[in-house]
Ligand binder design. Structure first.
Ligand SMILES: O=P(O)(O)OC[C@H]1O[C@H](OP(=O)(O)OP(=O)(O)O)[C@H](O)[C@@H]1O
Ligand SMILES: [Mg+2]
Length: 181
């Protein structure tokens, strides 16, 4: 048994991801090296990206974790977002880097950016591995972005289908049979 059998195709290989994570870490180190930023990992999807990213950032930083759930009701741009687990750290006066696996509708990050600004963060920027612009329901854009992907449902490297496939080291598209049975 191998999980690769469930893949229609691999969209981004492990090597491509690791190379890109290194590039992003280099940019962040150059931009934030002396600012002791607070990196906020958005659970659960951003966990593998956060883990690899911080190991490649040669600088002082602080990590915290937040879990939110989004209800994508209808076609409006106002998604209801619920905090499942809040930060342990105060964001007031801090340079915040929100670390995400993917921006799709933009509702999750739209909510978090507003929340951290309301809580008086000094600055709020977004680091995402994947960006799916075709899904967007607001005007949110990432400050640091790894790959722009097409309008397809992807899994792997944090992204799940029914909580599975988050542990894949690559990003891929599932075979229709995996959904259909
Ligand atoms: O731009 P959006 O349309 O808001 O979608 C992106 C968000 O959705 C997924 O998380 P999800 O809420 O499914 O939880 P998970 O990270 O635990 O899988 C993904 O990890 C992003 O956080
Ligand atoms: Mg998520």
């Amino acid at each position: 048994m191998t999980l690769m059998n469930d893949m229609e195709k691999v969209l981004i290989s492990e090597e491509e991801i690791q190379h890109k994570v290194g590039e992003l870490a280099g940019e962040l180190t150059a931009d934030y090296g002396d600012r002791f930023p607070l990196l906020v990992c958005v659970l659960k999807g951003a966990m593998p990206f956060m883990s690899d990213l911080v190991k490649k950032m040669d600088m002082h930083l602080e990590m915290d974790f937040m879990d939110v759930s989004t209800y994508h009701g209808g076609t409006t741009s106002t998604g209801e977002v619920k905090i499942e687990k809040d930060l342990n750290t105060s964001v007031e006066g801090r340079d915040i880097l929100i670390v995400e696996d993917i921006i799709d509708s933009g509702l999750t990050l739209g909510y978090l950016v507003d929340l951290f600004k309301y809580r008086k963060a000094k600055s709020v920027k977004i680091v995402t591995l994947l960006d799916k612009p075709s899904g967007r329901k607001n005007d949110l854009h990432a400050d640091y972005s790894g790959f722009v992907i097409p309008h397809e449902f992807v899994v792997g490297y944090g992204l799940d289908y029914e909580e599975k496939y988050r542990n894949l080291p690559y990003v891929g598209v599932l075979k229709p049979a995996v959904y259909g049975g």
